[in-house]
Design a binder for this molecule. Structure first.
Ligand SMILES: Cc1cc2nc3c(=O)[nH]c(=O)nc-3n(C[C@H](O)[C@H](O)[C@H](O)COP(=O)(O)O)c2cc1C
Length: 190
């Protein structure tokens, strides 16, 4: 199963458009194999004290089949993960962080060694991070870099790739041309 995590906000999102092209390349003849998680349609539980207590209780009892771990179970079971996230404020939309708080569950997506180091429990061997940015100042540390670190150290997914289009909002930019080139470049990035 390919898990597509869509953190795009706008109806005419260019990030979603680019990621649909990535999905086409990955799935080839089997588009039905994609499970879509559209973050803007999810009414996330607030990660407050009550939520954390309820989560700890489930985990203490080994109740990994709880409804509250549905997103985490899907993430752990995916064969390949595609995340689509526009570049916002050097990072990504808050909904993606909210999603991460939901899926980082000890015993489902990762565990800790007795020395206190995370060890991945996810099945996926590849994660593609698809991003578009308005400008060309796009340091990766807080967006792609953060996801890459999580993937490698927490989830155990070594193969992490960035697919991007940038400079889309610059005055006079050939937006279509940039998008077309980014789509042509997908093959090289996979
Ligand atoms: C809230 C917000 C924050 C943004 N922050 C940045 C930024 O830090 N750097 C940048 O280059 N572009 C920034 N942009 C522009 C977007 O990255 C750009 O328009 C992107 O292509 C939007 O993706 P979309 O078409 O999928 O919505 C921001 C846009 C929004 C709405």
């Amino acid at each position: 199963m390919i898990l597509f995590i869509d953190a795009c906000v706008r109806d005419d999102s260019r990030t979603r458009r680019l990621s649909e092209e990535v999905l086409k390349k990955i799935t080839g003849e089997k588009p039905e194999d994609v499970k879509r998680v559209v973050l803007k349609d999810i009414d996330f539980a607030v990660t407050d004290q009550d939520y954390l207590r309820a989560r700890d209780e489930h985990l203490a009892k080994g109740e990994f089949d709880s409804e509250m771990f549905l997103l985490a179970r899907d993430f752990a079971a995916a064969d390949c993960i595609v995340i689509a996230a526009p570049y916002w404020d050097l990072s990504f939309p808050a909904a993606l962080k909210h999603y991460i708080e939901q899926i980082n569950v000890v015993g489902i997506t990762f565990e800790y060694t007795k020395e206190g180091f995370p060890r991945g429990l996810c099945k996926a061997d590849r994660l593609y991070y698809v991003m578009t940015a308005g400008g060309n100042y796009i340091p990766e540390a807080y967006g792609f870099g953060y996801i890459e670190e999580l993937a490698r150290s927490f989830y155990g997914i070594e193969n992490v790739k960035l697919i991007k289009a940038s400079g889309l909002d610059i005055n006079g930019a050939d937006t279509e041309g940039i998008m077309r080139q980014a789509i042509l470049d997908i093959e090289k990035a996979l």
